[in-house]
Design a protein around this ligand. Sequence first.
Ligand SMILES: Nc1nc2c(c(=O)[nH]1)N[C@H]1C(S)=C(S)[C@@H](COP(=O)(O)O)O[C@H]1N2
Ligand SMILES: [Mo]
Length: 321
Amino acid sequence: MLIKKSPEVPYSEITKKTDYLSRRSFLTAAGIAGAGLAASKVLPEMLSPELAFASTKLNFKKSDLSTHGEDITPEKDTTTYNNFYEFGTDKDDPSKNAGKFRTSPWSVSIEGLCDKPQKLDVDSVVKLSSNGLEERVYRMRCVEGWSMIIPWIGIPLSAVIKAAQPKPKAKYVAFETIWDPKQMPGQQRQVLDWPYVEGLRMDEAMNQLTILAVGMYGESLPNQDGAPIRLVVPWKYGFKGIKSIVKIKFVEKEPPTTWNRMAPEEYGFYSNVNPNVDHPRWSQATERRIGEFRRRKTLMFNGYADFVASMYNGMDLKKYY
Ligand SMILES: Nc1nc2c(c(=O)[nH]1)N[C@H]1C(S)=C(S)[C@@H](COP(=O)(O)O)O[C@H]1N2
Ligand SMILES: [Mo]
């Protein structure tokens, strides 16, 4: 079972996340490690009254496409320093407000200009990849100037695209986040033009680095990081990585994107990480790796030029920012 977040998850799979104790140390602290306590007695509510969710350990293979030689950002940072405006605009709002967000059942509609449109639950989306889940350690860069190294777990988006058999007319892929203002307090206010939408050109969507992530750090995604399924495009600024996806649609024309709609002169469709093209309010030449003090130089295409630069040959990246 890949994605399951409910009290029927065996206690051996329940990991308490709200205070970042490891499962082992928590169980030890609680005096129940190895005590043979019946699983039915160790329901999430016993672990903590405010337990956000129970994450599930995932089976995955490590991918050669991971970046090497950089320290992985501590999980406590990647799960408490987030942008997910549906749950608030402060960096710690998503971790505080997304705990009760229901991510099961969940269905992703794959539709538009394709021969095999389909509506799938998240497990079925994962099964579209013949290789199963992969761990991809990626360098991530937000346009606000911070960066992280995150061990994502997911599948290539290309597997989903191939299964849907897009028509030749399909030149772009559009993505949409769930619209559920009852569960997402941010959507009750016009902070952004809801639901959050994003898009990629077909070659970008098919690129081997582009993944749909369902987990990180060996487990299913925490809600604040975009559970149950989100996009990860490591050579682009973080906002391209749309969270909690319910729709993937093949389209002919460049689709609208939320941040471009909000401020077109600040956020372009491409949004490739580019130290030579500044955002009007922030230089993009350097970045602060979360957990570090000195700033680092930002790399062209976030360090992934060998994989992606050829897609932009002949394009003026100052114009197509
Ligand atoms: N639906 C939705 N997706 C979103 C956002 C958002 O506000 N809503 N924020 C984006 C931004 S700006 C960033 S930097 C990344 C952050 O992902 P993380 O919190 O997992 O690091 O998510 C992106 N995806
Ligand atoms: Mo971002």
